[in-house]
Write a protein that binds this ligand. Structure first.
Ligand SMILES: C[S@@+](CC[C@H](N)C(=O)[O-])C[C@H]1O[C@@H](n2cnc3c(N)ncnc32)[C@H](O)[C@@H]1O
Length: 351
């Protein structure tokens, strides 16, 4: 008789090694088990544009672009409370708003939004028509950015960024983990990984991570053969800590300290402190891996159209050169740098 954990209910774990090399469009997201050939590699990641970080200056590369369009929720809150929204509160609003988009049946809602728009035309009320049209635009953009392009999760780009670290059973600390996607991708690639996710918004543990689909397949390494395999969330070793990063009392015990979309939320006077969070818990020889959204025209447009979903906090868009210079100036050697669809990425080590 099969042991219970080896019985796969097809709807819970629908993909296996036979699906490697394929992609599938689901209602909420794309499944991408395509590997990248050497010939195609440059389509998914552009690597190492800077030769010598010591030669780069802020004068030459400029400072990041600050996204100024705030969400309506933030503006309303600030009016009611008569003060700026503090970062912790703003993250609780952001995480709720963002999560609602990940769980949308995008195809179904696009149909509904078109019907609502046609109905609104019949009302002859400009505000109703504008709102209905705004919904269509947001859904189309989300469909393109998340489902068609797969730009937010971007598994092929992230795998290209994370590969080749020569680590066995690494301990991975994910700072500001939200739903935890990138640590799970790393965990799939480095079998036997122990992952600790940290976020001070409890909703990230109880909802964003908890609701992350059990059926989502991560392309990873089969420890027995060294070949590719499919890994699911429940097969990974994950502890989720709800706390402020500033309160963590871990020692230098992690092989990888990771953050995705954290550094750009801190104005320059705090960047060194954030960089230091990536050094404090690293074993000697460990890697700090960071990604931040790219400063490109389509990203500026995305953050303007999706302001009500995305913009509760201070936010910058930057180039990989700017991102690398922050870390270089904070005492890190940049081992690998590059950009993928919508994010920049660095793999670095304390000097
Ligand atoms: C922009 S999100 C990360 C992006 C993520 N991939 C996503 O999909 O939302 C940053 C996360 O860091 C968390 N965070 C920010 N400052 C923190 C702190 N001091 N301690 C713990 N978590 C923090 C926020 O709650 C938020 O969930």
């Amino acid at each position: 008789m099969l042991k219970e954990q080896t019985i796969r209910k097809p709807e819970q774990k629908p993909y296996s090694e036979k699906d490697i090399g394929q992609s599938f469009m689901k209602n909420q997201f794309k499944v991408d088990l395509r590997t990248v050939s050497e010939k195609e590699y440059n389509r998914f990641i552009t690597l190492n544009t800077v030769r010598d970080w010591s030669q780069l200056s802020w004068k030459a590369i400029g400072k990041p672009y600050e996204v100024k369009a705030n969400s309506k929720e933030r503006l309303d809150w600030e009016e009611q409370n008569n003060r700026d929204m503090d970062p912790h509160t703003s993250w609780t609003y952001f995480n709720k708003a963002f999560h609602e988009w990940f769980v949308k049946d995008v195809a179904g809602e696009m149909k509904e939004s078109r019907t609502n728009f046609l109905k609104s035309l019949g009302t002859f009320k400009p505000t109703e028509i504008r709102t209905a049209l705004g919904e269509i635009v947001k859904l189309q953009l989300w469909n393109y950015a998340h489902r068609i392009q797969d730009g937010i999760w971007d598994p092929r780009g992230k795998r290209a960024m994370f590969e080749g670290l020569h680590l066995k059973k690494p301990r991975i600390l994910f700072l500001g983990a939200a739903e935890g996607y990138e640590a799970m991708q790393l965990g799939a690639m480095y079998p036997g990984a122990e992952i600790v996710m940290v976020d001070y918004d409890e909703y990230c543990k109880t909802t964003r991570f908890a609701d992350f689909p059990e059926s989502y397949p991560f392309l990873g390494e089969n420890p027995r053969t060294g070949g590719s395999t499919v890994v699911y969330k429940d097969e990974l070793n994950i502890e989720y800590v709800v706390d402020d990063i500033r309160n963590l009392d871990f020692g230098k015990e992690f092989d990888i300290v990771l953050s995705v979309g954290l550094l750009e939320h801190f104005p320059d006077e705090y960047k060194h402190e954030v960089a230091d969070w990536h050094r404090r818990f690293l074993k000697p020889g460990g890697y700090a891996i960071l990604t931040t959204p790219r400063n490109q025209v389509r990203s500026r447009l995305y953050y303007r159209v999706m302001a009500d979903v995305m913009n509760h906090t201070y936010r910058e868009l930057m180039t990989v050169e700017q991102m690398g210079l922050y870390m270089y100036e904070s005492g890190f050697d940049i081992l690998r740098h590059g950009y993928i669809k919508v994010h920049n990425g660095l793999v670095c080590q304390p000097r």
